[in-house]
Design a protein around this ligand. Structure first.
Ligand code: ATP
Ligand code: MG
Length: 424
């Protein structure tokens, strides 16, 4: 026997049985986001490494440690995308979208890649649903984004997720805050984890969202960024809260929400689930405003705000909820004898063309084994086709759950089945 080849560590197959949950989330997202007027954008899975280095930032875990970077045959440094915001901004700039419309709203869905230590809810190929809004610097745009996530969670029936919001200020007020923060952190420098010792020098804000326990204790005693906001940033954040209130969206102000990426300004937010199925991977998504990102990537000076949701984590939560997804089998057609196999096969195809979900065992076999299969696929109705049925053009439509069979004319099967399913 030749040796088995297994899938790449941290990259999952999603098989039928599970995929229905994914399809449900994807379908719900597409429907909902289109109500908000967002168009879907699809960018390549691979980008120039420099794109992520310049936008996400060299000091972040994502770029510093987690990126799948390789050289292609032409000697270019390419990376599998670790996130969706930078590729979207790259496409927005490359296609001069800002010249065509003042406000652009996109969403995307697809796999992202990070070389992480795996556990529940944390994989090396994972999937994100994200959205980007370009061209509006107003708090209403921030709130539209949050509303979109809130409505999605509601539609999915995920009610146990809390929205945490914060503001990181801007160039006018963040530097002064950073100085005070560094003072506080320096006093505890030796107690910080080794990553945070580096962060302290390169990107001190990020110490605040380190997951190390001791770092969190030190962070909780740090100065509060919200007390350092300049007047315009304070007004922006107050307006975000006023608009969330107006939409009756519940939230918690949490000055520790920093987000892992370098490009954020002003509003940041995270959606945190309470469910134990996620373990420590309880953040289902996050986002915020990045008003300087487009310009820093060589584009026009266009403000932007966006979010990314972890689709894998959403699906884990949804599976726990015990809801059933996917369409049931309407009818199983079984044949009583080999001579009826062609007729059964043809009838199956005819009904599928009419929009029914019909199963037929192409292997043939005994009636008993076919009925077993009908049970296994969860068919709502069955119909047995034998010589007698073919001769008379009449058969019995039987409900698998029991009850009296309904006599049906084969040439009227579609109408009868439709009515029977409605009554079901
Ligand atoms: P975390 O703090 O959990 O590492 P993050 O800040 O790195 O998250 P983001 O870059 O904000 O995550 O990505 C948005 C969302 O994508 C996360 O909230 C999470 O739901 C999901 N996500 C991020 N990394 C992974 C991963 N390795 N596996 C599965 N989902 C992930
Ligand atoms: Mg991470």
């Amino acid at each position: 026997m030749s040796q088995k080849i297994t899938g790449v560590k941290g990259m999952n197959d999603i098989l039928p049985g599970d995929v229905e949950v994914w399809q449900h989330v994807e379908r719900t997202t597409r429907e909902l986001f289109s109500l908000f007027g967002y168009g879907e954008v699809r960018t390549p899975m691979v980008e120039d490494t420099a794109l992520f280095v310049r936008s996400v930032g060299e000091t972040t875990d994502i770029v510093g440690k987690e990126m799948y970077t390789f050289e292609d045959k032409g000697g270019r440094s390419l990376s599998l995308r670790p996130e969706g915001t930078a590729p979207a901004a790259r496409a927005y700039i490359e296609h001069s979208v800002a010249n065509q419309e003042p406000v652009t709203r996109w969403f995307y869905m697809g796999p992202m890649f990070r070389y992480e230590r795996m556990k529940t809810g944390r994989y090396r190929q994972f999937h994100q649903i994200g959205a980007e809004g370009y061209g509006s610097k107003e708090p209403a745009q921030d709130v539209e984004m949050m509303d979109m996530v809130v409505q999605l969670l509601l539609k999915l029936g995920l009610t146990d997720v809390s929205l945490n919001i914060n503001s990181l200020g801007d160039d006018a007020c963040r530097p002064a805050y950073q100085t005070r923060l560094v003072e506080h952190l320096r006093a505890h420098a030796s107690e910080l984890c080794s990553d945070c010792q580096v962060r302290l020098e390169k990107n001190p804000l990020r110490v605040l969202d380190c997951k190390n326990e001791r770092c969190q204790q030190i962070a909780s005693a740090a100065p509060n960024i919200l007390e350092s906001l300049c007047e315009p940033c304070r007004a922006h954040f107050a307006e975000v809260q006023r608009k969330l209130d107006a939409l009756e969206i519940k939230y918690v102000v949490n000055p520790r929400i920093m987000r892992g990426l370098d490009y954020y300004t002003r509003t940041t937010f995270e959606f945190i689930a309470a469910h134990p199925v996620l373990g420590t991977a309880s953040t289902v998504g996050g986002g915020g405003r990045y008003d300087k990102l487009v310009k820093s990537l060589g584009g026009p000076d266009v403000p932007a705000v966006g979010f990314g949701l972890g689709l894998d984590r959403l699906c884990l939560l949804l599976k726990e909820s015990g809801q059933q997804f996917g369409r049931a089998t309407d009818l199983f057609i079984a044949v009583a004898d080999e001579g009826s196999a062609d007729a059964g096969f043809t009838l199956t195809s005819r009904l599928r063309r009419e929009g029914f979900r019909v199963e037929f065992d192409t292997r043939g076999g005994s009636l008993k084994s076919q009925m077993k299969r009908a049970d296994k696929v969860g068919a709502v109705f069955t119909l047995v086709l034998g010589e007698a049925e073919r001769q008379s053009g009449q058969a019995q439509l039987k409900r698998m759950a029991g009850g009296d069979p309904t006599p049906v004319r084969l040439d009227e099967l579609a109408q009868t089945l439709r009515t029977a399913l409605k009554a079901h």
